[in-house]
Structures are given as C-alpha cells and as structure tokens.
Design a protein around this ligand. Structure first.
Ligand SMILES: Cc1cc2nc3c(=O)[nH]c(=O)nc-3n(C[C@H](O)[C@H](O)[C@H](O)COP(=O)(O)O)c2cc1C
Length: 419
C-alpha cells in the first residue's frame, strides 16, 4: 500500500504532530480564521506579524494606525521619512492584544506559530524586532518562526524573556550557508532552534535566492541542511521542506527521499474559505495559467518576489503611505519613496519619467493587491471544481488539510461543496 503523509508524524518538544505546517502569509492572508481552523485539526499554522498594528485595528477595532498617522502627519509630503518612527509601546500593546486574542481561541490540539520577518525594518530594525519578538512570547504564542533575513541578533533580543527556552523557535533558510551562520549565533546564547524550515525556489512571497533561483532544487538544499545538522550533533532538529509541495505525494517524497521530517505549505491554502484573501482574488489564483506567474523585483525589500504578473500593485502609482504603515523603512528610506518622488518631480518639470520599478509594498500587501503565490498556483484548479455559476468552489481548510494527509501518489481529490 502507498504511504500517506498522515502515516508520518514529527516530534516537537516531545509531542507528536502531523508533519505539515501552513506557512506565514502576510499581510493577514494566513489570518486568525485560517490558522485556528488548522489548529483545530491538530495541525500547525502560522500567523504573520506583518503590519500587525493594522491587522489588530481591522480585527479588533483598535486605532493604532490612525494614531500613528496623526502623530506623523507633518511628514506626509516629505521624501525624507527619518522621523516616521513607531511608538514602541503601541507596537507592543497591539502585538500582545492581537496574539492573546488568537491564542484564547485555540483548542490546544495543534500549534499556533508566528512568522516574524526580519526585513520589516520599521525604521528602527533592532528596537522594533525586540518588541515584536518579546511581545509575541509574552502573549503566549506557541512558537516563532524567524524568516526573511538571517536573524543573527534575534535570539539575543529574546534571551531574557521568561519563555525563551519554553516556546518553540524555528528559522527559515534557503541555504546551508545561512543556517551555519545562524547556528553559530545560536551557540553563543546556548539556544538551538527547535526546527528548521528550508524554503526552496518555488515558494510564494519573497525568495531567498537571486535571479538564478531556477538553478536550485528544494530537495538538494534539504539534503544539505539535514547532513549539516547531523554532522554537527543536531540530529534531533527536524527539517521542514517548503516551496512547491503541492500534493501529499510530494510531501512523502520530501520525507523519504530528501530526509525532511515534514513540510511547510502555503499556496494550496490561499484559496481556503477561511484564508484572508478576498474571494475574487482566490478566483484569480485558481484560474491562473503557468505563464501568468513571474518572479520580479517590484518588492522594495531587495528580494525577488513571485506573483501573478497582473497584480494590481505593479502598475500602481500610489503615494507612499509611510506615516500610516512604514514597515519597510530603513533610515527614513525605501526604494519606492525615491521612485515616487522622482516621478512626481519629473511630472512637474516635464523631464523624462523615471522607470516604474518598485511598488508600495506596505499599502498594496495591506490591500491584497500584490497577488503573490507559489510556482504551483496554476495547479489550484486541480484541487477544486467549478460551480454551476461558473465560479470555482472554495474548499475549506479542513478539506485541503485532509487531502494532504490522506492522498496517495500524486492524486488530488478535488474538493466539492459539502452538503
Ligand atoms: C500568498 C503568500 C504569502 C506569503 N507570505 C509570506 C510571508 O509573509 N512571510 C514568509 O516568511 N513567507 C511567506 N510566504 C511563503 C510561505 O510561507 C511558504 O513557505 C511557501 O509559500 C511554501 O510554498 P508553497 O506556497 O509552494 O506551498 C507566502 C506565500 C504565499 C503563497
């Protein structure tokens, strides 16, 4: 009989779980509804801490972003955003409020983790990261997965927190080289990660590769990482393979052939009923074709990003909104601000228009206008059925989760409306 992903388990802190995590999808795409639906099934899922003050406002009716905008309104027309600081007390309060609110609704069957992105530099990288990490621990998050950056100081920033050794801590890497450096830092604070996620070149969101991403294979990196951990006495640390794991069979192959202990997936869950994307966007994901997907440089982070090439953000000329958001500011700058003000000046002076090369990532991720997706997005139509009105049925998180767990080989059971 063929093996199913559900036949396997992964051990984290002495407790066994099904070896599938739903990856963090900012901004509020992996929202509390999706994460709690997966947790209820005994699964593991990530909230994202991207734009968390805004997410808190939308979900809990607070006014953190409005207060920030009011405090900083004198800089709205300035191209120098050096003064656009975050109020660290508000950041801490919003993080605690939101995470506590989610953790209270957990069943205790699974795990709710937080995806914390280092590239959210928030105009004071170290100070804001310290607040975000510690507030999440204080609010009782089951664990933090550190991504989008090397996180060389993150463990140190958390080391005095009473939950530093109790909560799960994981790191996302795209190469064994990045992991080596992280492990050296982890040794300095005597706190090894509880798990490692290897994100390959087919993932959604930002990629930890350059333009040569297509030359890498997830299974090779997983093998290298597994070997590195084993050779360094870290056999107990499980490795999760992420990026392009579309079927239960793909997941089983990662475990059997590449030495992963589990997988992290996202694209299949983007169309879940519970997922934060608007339903119209979910329909666009399902009807996409392979040629609609591109890896481009419209993100201001400096990392390449995969998205549908007709994402509305790409053409947009929206005014930078750093007084309200400003999550990607570093020393008062972001590459989109430079571009926007240069274009404004060109318009006013009649000079040639500079190239439209970046998008306002905060504003557009917040408004679901960057349609980021994994390389497999056009296969979503295999996972569901068309309804009589011509739209696609949106599966529940449970249907997607169960399909990963119970399917064999490369079979996908297309989800149908439940009677
Ligand atoms: C819509 C979307 C948004 C994502 N946002 C983030 C994010 O905010 N932070 C992050 O570390 N990874 C992000 N990712 C990557 C996923 O967490 C995951 O590791 C990866 O997409 C898995 O590959 P798959 O989509 O092929 O299953 C995102 C992926 C998608 C599809």
């Amino acid at each position: 009989m063929q093996e199913k992903l559900g036949d396997y388990s992964v051990t984290l802190r002495g407790r066994q779980y099904k070896p599938l995590m739903v990856g963090g999808m900012g901004v509020n795409i992996s929202n509390s509804r999706l994460v709690l639906a997966v947790e209820k099934l005994g699964g593991i899922a990530h909230l994202s801490d991207a734009l968390l003050m805004d997410v808190c406002d939308r979900e809990l009716g607070t006014h953190y972003s409005q207060t920030k905008t009011r405090r900083l309104k004198q800089y709205i027309n300035s191209s120098d955003k050096s003064e656009d600081s975050f109020d660290l007390k508000d950041l801490e309060e919003a993080t605690k409020l939101y995470i506590t609110h989610v953790m209270r609704r957990k069943t205790g069957r699974g795990l709710v983790l937080l995806n914390c992105m280092e590239k959210l530099t928030m105009n004071a990288a170290s100070e804001t990261l310290r607040v975000r990490l510690n507030a999440a621990l204080d609010a009782g998050i089951d664990g933090i997965t550190m991504g989008a950056g090397l996180h060389l100081s993150s463990l140190r920033l958390m080391k005095d927190n009473p939950r530093f050794r109790e909560a799960l801590l994981g790191i996302i890497v795209s190469s064994v080289r990045a992991l080596k450096v992280f492990i050296q830092r982890a040794a300095q604070v005597e706190r090894m990660p509880d798990y490692v996620v290897v994100e390959g070149p087919l993932a959604g969101g930002h990629l930890g590769f350059g333009d040569d991403w297509a030359e890498y294979r997830l299974e090779d990196i997983v093998r290298d990482v597994r070997k590195f951990l084993d050779d360094n006495g870290l056999q107990q640390i499980p490795v999760f393979a992420a990026g392009g794991v579309f079927t239960g069979g793909d997941a089983v192959r990662m475990i059997r052939e590449a030495g992963a202990s589990g997988v992290q997936v996202a694209t299949r869950f983007t169309i879940a009923q519970e997922c934060g994307l608007p339903d119209e966007v979910k329909q666009r994901y399902i009807s996409s074709q392979p040629e609609d997907v591109e890896v481009n440089h419209f993100s201001t982070t400096g990392y390449p990003m995969r998205m549908l090439k007709y994402s509305p953000a790409i053409e947009s000329d929206v005014k930078p909104n750093c007084e309200t958001y400003g999550y990607l500011l570093s020393k008062g700058q972001c590459s989109y601000i430079k571009e926007w003000f240069a274009r404004k000046q060109a318009r006013e002076s009649g000079a040639p228009m500079p190239e439209h090369a970046k998008c306002c990532l905060c504003t557009h991720m917040r408004n679901y206008k960057v349609w980021t997706c994994g390389a497999t997005v056009s296969r979503l139509k295999e996972t569901t059925v068309k309804l009589p009105d011509g739209s696609w049925y949106l599966p529940t998180a449970e249907q997607i989760y169960n399909d990963y767990m119970t399917s064999t080989g490369d079979h996908i059971e297309a989800a149908r409306p439940q009677s």
